[in-house]
Design a protein around this ligand. Structure first.
Ligand code: F6P
Length: 376
């Protein structure tokens, strides 16, 4: 039997669905039958706190367990029921031009005798994974981000749980909004892609949905609200993505500066819009930013299943010696793509087919049937 040590880490923002993926990597790696078939004894090793763990760890020294955690079936048995990352995460960038730590990462991978690395992350984490792959580290990636904006995959872990949170919170807001005849502006995450606002807004039946892919006119928002009241509505829910902006304006930020990967700290469009609506229409308006609540909580059934499938698929790639790939799902089928193709650009809502630019809402035509071209 060959011996093979597999490092597993999670990077970037946490979300529901990461722990199910880790559990199923470990279970697949340690499955007796698969080990016999693969003639390899696998040892899964959890790296804590993302790339930070691979920078800070001192292999062999006392205190090493701060960043390295042996994983077996007993350890991960219940992990699929929990949100966040049991391994911890960080937004550390080993290739930060101001403080390049990539040599330490490479040296530690060697000292920890890792034969493969499975990185669970979004664009930033996968960007690092790709650079390591180019430097000869055998890497496999699993996509996760509640924003669901990675290209090459129809799904990223965490999204459906976040949509459920948005829907549940809006259900709660409806009773207070209705009692007080108020408008509520609900800000969701979603830096580049409006998926959370759009699908969360659709699931919760929001009156108006605003997404980064289509700059909005505050006047049109006010017009729709006034029309709604004239038609007898007692209250309205507006869902706005953190990356949405008014036409001619810029994105709203909650704090100065950028993170280790150069991203602005977005936030505030909901508050600003609420103030603008109240000032222009005289209708009482409140705003709420769902913020990190969307990343929290136990994974929904779909994230547990997708975490499981992605975890198993990632381990299959490792066993087959296929590296530089990200597992992904397309048209309902779990498959793989080059990590390189999944980074450096976002996957956007298709405004033409998925968004109603008049009503600022989800589409009202789905099959897009053309008259006379289809059998009745
Ligand atoms: O993971 C992406 C994301 O969910 C963005 O939508 C959001 O802007 C960001 O995380 C905020 O993350 P944090 O506060 O953890 O840096």
């Amino acid at each position: 039997m060959k011996e093979n040590r597999i490092g597993i880490l999670t990077g970037g923002g946490d979300c529901a669905g990461i722990n199910p993926a880790i559990k199923w990597i470990v279970k697949t790696a340690l499955d007796d039958r698969l080990q016999r078939e693969r003639m390899t004894r696998y040892t899964p090793v959890g790296i804590k706190d993302g790339w930070k763990g691979l920078i800070e760890v001192k292999p062999g020294a006392a205190g090493m367990e701060e960043y390295v955690m042996p994983l077996d079936q007993a350890v991960v048995r219940t992990w699929d029921r929990y949100g966040g990352s049991m391994l911890g995460t960080s937004r550390t960038n080993p290739y930060d031009p101001k403080n390049d730590q990539s040599r330490r990462v490479l040296a530690n991978i060697e000292k920890l005798r890792l034969d493969a690395l499975i990185a669970i992350g979004g664009d930033d984490t996968l960007g690092v994974a790709h650079r390591l792959d180019r430097e000869g580290v055998p890497v496999v990636a699993i996509p996760k981000t509640i924003d669901k904006d990675l290209p090459e995959t129809d799904y990223t872990l965490g999204f459906e749980t976040a949509v459920s949170v948005i829907t549940e919170e809006i259900d709660r807001l409806r009773t207070t909004a209705g009692s007080h005849k108020r408008i509520f502006v609900v800000e969701t995450m979603g830096r580049h892609g409006g998926w959370l606002a759009l699908e969360g807004g659709e699931a919760s039946g929001a009156f108006i949905i605003l997404i980064p892919e289509h700059d909005f006119s505050p006047d049109r928002v006010n017009e729709l609200l006034v029309e709604g009241r004239e038609e007898g509505a007692r209250y309205e829910i507006i869902v706005v993505s953190e990356g949405a902006k008014p036409a001619g304006g810029t994105e709203f930020t909650r704090q100065e500066g950028v993170d280790a990967f150069g991203h602005k700290f977005l936030g505030g469009v909901g508050d600003s819009l609420a103030r603008e609506i109240e000032a222009s229409t005289g209708l009482e308006t409140r705003s709420i930013n769902l913020s990190h609540l969307q990343r929290g909580g136990a994974p929904c059934a779909y994230d547990r299943r997708m975490g499981r499938y992605f975890g198993i698929a990632a381990m299959e790639l490792v066993a087959a010696g296929i590296f530089g790939k990200m597992v992904c799902v397309r048209n309902g089928r779990v498959t793989m793509c080059a990590i390189e193709n999944a980074i450096g650009r976002a996957r956007f809502v298709d405004v033409d087919t998925q968004y109603d630019v008049e009503r600022y809402n989800g589409r009202r035509t789905i099959l897009r049937l053309e008259e006379g071209k289809h059998e009745a």
